[in-house]
Design a protein around this ligand. Structure first.
Ligand SMILES: Nc1ncnc2c1ncn2[C@@H]1O[C@H](COP(=O)(O)OP(=O)(O)OP(=O)(O)O)[C@@H](O)[C@H]1O
Ligand code: NI
Length: 331
């Protein structure tokens, strides 16, 4: 068997809803996605597209009781994880998959020293003595660029950027196979952002970690990702190698084109920014057919009636749009 090609993570036809007093929120709608070992996937889309919901589904951390996986499959290393017990999922979260949340304080305990917090994860994972775990925690601090003497400080004694470094140290301390980073640098200022990305890139290479980088920043995707999934209204509308996605001459989903048109381009500073017309759809009342059709400049009758399939426009590059209906469908 060709192990190189085996996916670490494989999501098929995932549908996730939130049941609220205001109705049913269709957050993720038949999503397909895969991540290969050592690969970094950029998971891109506007606010509300369902990126965080997808990540929380992978970790079995959807809020109860509102968040529900309605159908689909999430395979990790070939094993279905949607029907694992809570105990198994706790183990998977401690040993295999780590997540970095947008706000570092979500992951930090304010009344515990950062050294103890890093050591705690290491102890659980490596079954080390308290002293050895502490020693390894100091090394992790050094790895993320914080002086080990600061291990006895509490989170509030750190700046935002340093707190996020601590979170990264905790996430990487148990040497996860897959790191899910949910907009890990959004809360930081631009220079610190660049430093953090460098740091994550270096650590990822050092530890051979696969990564899902959730972001709406195409600059970050260009910097760090191998593959890109463009998400719209709970579905992946385009997926491919970064070079394919970033080459304007290649075929693209109209939404992808809109996304790229809406970023400021240093070479055309004077040009007016093109914003994708219309609003993101209401997830309690999604448009029929292709969910992008009300905003799409190419929409025709079929688009409002029929959901487009995932079509392979070139090897490894798929687009879900009726404009490419004469191309081969992929599952
Ligand atoms: N706990 C919840 N209860 C009800 N609706 C929710 C809940 N969490 C998220 N949603 C809704 O689900 C949809 C998807 O949200 P999600 O947070 O996954 O999007 P996102 O792509 O991560 O957005 P952002 O870029 O703003 O983080 C949105 O319409 C959101 O309002
Ligand atoms: Ni989110």
């Amino acid at each position: 068997m060709d192990n190189e090609k085996k996916n670490l993570l494989e999501i098929r036809d995932l549908t996730v809803e939130y049941h609220t007093n205001g109705g049913v929120v269709h957050a993720v709608n038949g999503l397909n996605l895969e991540v290969a070992p050592k690969e970094t996937l950029g998971f891109v889309g506007e606010t509300g597209a369902g990126k965080t919901t997808t990540a929380l589904s992978i970790l079995n951390l959807l809020p109860h009781p509102q968040g529900k996986v309605i159908s689909g499959s999430i395979k990790y290393n070939g094993e279905e994880i949607l029907n694992k017990s809570n105990k198994d999922m706790t183990r998977i979260r401690g040993e295999k998959i780590s997540m970095i949340f947008q706000d570092p304080m979500t992951s930090l305990n304010p009344v515990m020293t950062v050294g103890d917090q890093i050591a705690e994860g290491i102890r659980l994972h490596d079954h080390l003595s308290k002293a050895d775990a502490h020693k390894k925690a100091l090394e992790m601090l050094k790895t993320v660029g914080i002086r080990p003497e600061r291990a006895s400080d509490y989170p509030h004694q750190f700046s935002g950027g340093m707190k996020q470094r601590v979170v990264i140290a905790i996430a990487l301390a148990c040497n996860p196979e897959l790191l899910i980073a949910d907009e890990p640098t959004t809360a930081l200022d631009v220079t610190i952002q660049a430093q953090m990305l460098e740091l994550m890139k270096g650590l990822k290479d050092q530890y051979d970690t696969s990564m899902i980088m959730i972001t709406h920043d195409l600059g970050i995707v260009a910097e760090i990702c191998d593959k890109v999934a463009i998400m719209y209204a709970g579905n992946v509308v385009e997926y491919g190698d970064k070079v394919d996605i970033f080459t304007p001459e290649k075929p693209h989903h109209p939404y992808t084109v809109g996304l790229f048109d809406s970023i400021p381009d240093i070479y055309h500073e004077q040009e007016e920014l093109k914003i994708i017309k219309g609003l993101t759809p209401d997830p309690t009342d999604l448009p029929s057919g292709c969910t992008f059709h009300p905003r799409c400049p190419y929409a025709c009758e079929k688009c409002s009636k029929q959901m487009p399939k995932h079509l392979e426009v070139e090897p490894g590059h798929t687009i879900s749009c009726h404009r490419f209906d004469d191309t081969k469908e992929v599952k």
